[in-house]
Design a protein around this ligand. Structure first.
Ligand code: IVH
Length: 672
């Protein structure tokens, strides 16, 4: 392939990938499989690697994350980014509408959701995304283009005929599902979990590594358009135009956007979302009502920072007063101490609330909490309800303030608080009971050693009676010891535990590594490390530099691994596990043997097969030393064609003189 051909193919692939991306993330109607998408992407990546000067910053390959950003440059907004005046009562909305009708006559309003995310301004020149910036102070924001490019619903190139320069504004959000998944992962890795999707989104957009941003699967909705000459004089019309250019815009069919020219219509929209908001996957905290006619918007003008032609109606986060019965200080697997409020049970947003998070010592001090106080609990966008206020008038005389412990509530070790961190930690990692119990719980959990019959309560009991002090002790347990514990330790359940522990000796090395609970080493990272390093002994000997050479391992993870194996207590436990016979190395017989029958050959697989799945054929090619490619080129040795192979591919193969074989011939090749 010469340079000219490469340029053409790069343009072709970029266009296809963007189109499939749009179909997947904006229209939610994908037409090709994820794998076919990946193949196209791989081809583009390899072309760009060969001809780096042909790679555009807006190439679809850049969505997976470009280079690290050292610091974010400050950039001015060509059109200021305004804010909205908020209202909390329907009367205020009524006044807003009636004032406009009185001054300007009857007019159309557009109603939208008030997304609870992070505002973003997207600048396009000649249809190409040139910048994504934060709101900042409204006049200037931060240039976070590299991170914005990773948001799949933001088009890198627009379709149709957009104005030469435009700014599309909208909100970046993290869905509930993605947020929960991220927190689950963080929990696995022993990291602190995030409080709510909004803060997580804001933090994510300020990360310096776009690769991490790309993995967080952020979403975007557009709510306003700025340009020298707008396509229409209706706000609603412009948003719909944005949709045609390829932006993700609120969907009228889901009532994310609607129009009305009466107060009743507006109130109906508010009432609808007041009911339905709890069922949405994205965060929203109200609705926005905008005068639709842009000429009228311009005539009405601005207050200091917000337009006169729009108002936000914010839903009240549900709040109630209840009694604070006490505060519990919980110690987690990593030693982090978190205060939890114990409340007189109260109904809030459809659930009974008995506990609330109080985050940290600063929060206790700020609220000046006393035991027995009547406290206001609120359930907003956060996963756990929080205490937002104290009713001082109802405070009982002589009540005692909540004191943050100086020592670990479980083991009495003085707590430490690292410079700049809000959390207190108990440093007594090898003798602090809850830390040990939590670590054992993690060890036996399904994705780790998957030991049937052992759960939180049994682990706690075994620790309490002194049978198990660390994870290695599990392998010394004998059935008689368990039976001797008496009530609740019957024949059947103890046998289940003993069998489960024995069976865990066959758990593969990668899971054993994850089970150790090394901070920052979650399931995926453990897998990558296990494959790259091969054995526990090699891993224990590795230094930071060697470790960071492994894919997915950065300095934080590497330091954590070195620290783990450096600690005497951990080394003893690891030795115990080795003696128990756990898998400490990748099992070579489990790795698929690689033949070399197809060495040096490149295959393209296309169509539907009778005796194979398409993935099955690809796997068979790789197992026999061959390579699989997504598209036919001069380098292709064979096309394995099933039924329904596209005519374009057939023609291409013919044109390049590439041999086309069917599945019978393919089978013959690998059975030779
Ligand atoms: S319009 C003309 N529409 O609310 C005013 N803003 O307080 C410009 N927001 O920072 C904003 N949903 O991030 C507009 N449908 C919506 C919105 C919305 C959420 C946010 C936006 C802005 C803040 C303004």
């Amino acid at each position: 392939m010469d340079r000219e051909q490469a340029a053409r193919r790069i343009a072709e692939l970029s266009e296809q990938l963007e189109r499939h991306n749009h179909l997947y993330y904006v229209e939610v109607k994908p037409v090709i499989s994820d794998q076919d998408f990946d193949f196209l992407m791989k081809e583009l990546e390899s072309l760009e690697a060969r001809w780096p000067d042909l790679a555009s910053p807006n190439s679809p390959t850049q969505r997976v994350g470009g280079d690290l950003t050292k610091e974010f440059a400050t950039v001015p907004h060509r059109w200021p980014m305004l804010s909205l005046s908020n209202s909390y009562s329907r009367e205020e909305v009524q006044e807003f509408v009636q004032r406009i009708e009185k001054d300007h006559g009857r007019t159309v309003f557009t109603m939208e959701l008030k997304y609870d995310g992070v505002a973003i301004s997207l600048t396009y020149r000649n249809g190409e995304l040139v910048r994504g910036s934060t709101r900042g102070d409204g006049e200037k924001g931060e240039d976070i283009t590299a991170n914005v490019r990773t948001v799949r619903s933001i088009p890198l190139r627009l379709q149709g005929n957009p104005p030469a320069e435009l700014e599309a504004r909208g909100e970046i959000l993290m869905g509930r599902k993605e947020f929960d998944e991220l927190n689950r992962q963080r929990e696995d890795e022993g990291e602190e979990i995030f409080a709510n999707p909004r803060n997580t989104t804001a933090g994510t957009l300020k990360l310096q590594d776009p690769k991490i941003v790309a993995k967080r699967r952020l979403q975007n909705y557009i709510y306003s358009l700025q340009a020298e000459v707008l396509p229409t004089r209706s706000h609603y019309g412009n948003i719909m135009q944005c949709r045609h250019w390829g932006f993700r815009t609120p969907d009228p069919e889901r009532r994310f956007i609607e129009q009305a020219d009466t107060l009743e219509g507006i109130m109906a929209f508010i009432a609808h979302w007041d009911r339905e908001r709890h069922h949405l996957d994205i965060g929203m905290d109200g609705v926005v009502i905008k005068v639709d006619n842009i000429d009228l918007q311009e005539e009405m003008g601005l207050r200091a920072k917000s337009p006169r032609w729009a108002i936000a109606y914010k839903f009240q986060a549900e709040q109630k007063f209840t009694r604070l019965n006490g505060v519990e200080f919980n110690v987690g697997r990593t030693g982090a101490v978190t205060p939890v409020a114990l409340l007189e049970p109260v109904e809030l947003a459809g659930t009974t609330v008995k506990r609330a998070s109080i985050h940290n010592a600063d929060q206790i001090a700020k609220l000046d909490l006393h035991i027995g106080d009547m406290v206001q609990v609120e359930k907003g966008g956060d996963i756990i309800p929080k205490i937002t206020a104290v009713d001082l008038e109802r405070r009982a005389p002589g009540s005692v303030p909540v004191a943050y412990p100086e020592r670990c509530p479980a083991c009495g070790t003085p707590l430490v608080r690292d410079e700049g961190e809000a959390q207190h930690y108990c440093p007594n990692e090898h003798a602090c009971p809850p830390q040990i119990v939590r670590r054992i719980e993690h060890f036996v959990s399904r994705k780790a050693m998957d030991i049937d019959g052992l759960g939180g309560e049994t682990v706690e009991a075994l620790f309490r009676v002194g049978l198990v002090h660390n994870v290695a002790d599990l392998y010394d347990l004998r059935k008689e010891q368990l039976l001797a514990l008496g009530k609740g330790w019957g024949e059947r359940s103890t046998q289940l535990i003993i069998d489960g522990i024995a069976a865990s000796k066959t758990i593969p090395f990668e899971q054993v590594l994850f089970a150790l609970g090394i901070r920052h080493v979650g399931e995926t990272v453990a897998k990558k490390i296990a494959r790259a390093v091969g054995s526990m002994d090699r891993l224990a000997d590795m230094g930071i530099e060697e470790l960071t050479a492994i894919e997915e391992v950065g300095t934080v993870i590497a330091a954590s691994i070195v620290e783990f194996f450096g600690a005497e207590g951990n080394r003893r436990i690891v030795d115990g596990l080795r003696a128990a016979g756990l898998n400490f190395a990748v099992d070579p017989t489990k790795e698929r043997p690689r033949g070399n029958l197809l060495q040096g050959l490149t295959f393209v697989v296309s169509g539907v097969f009778e005796n194979f799945t398409r993935d099955g054929i690809k796997q068979a090619i790789e197992e026999n030393g061959g390579k699989v490619s997504g598209s036919i080129s001069r380098k292709t040795s064979f096309v394995v064609a099933g039924a329904d192979m596209g005519p374009a591919k057939k023609a291409k193969a013919e044109e390049l003189g590439v041999k086309v074989i069917d599945e019978v011939e393919f089978r013959r090749m690998i059975e030779a």
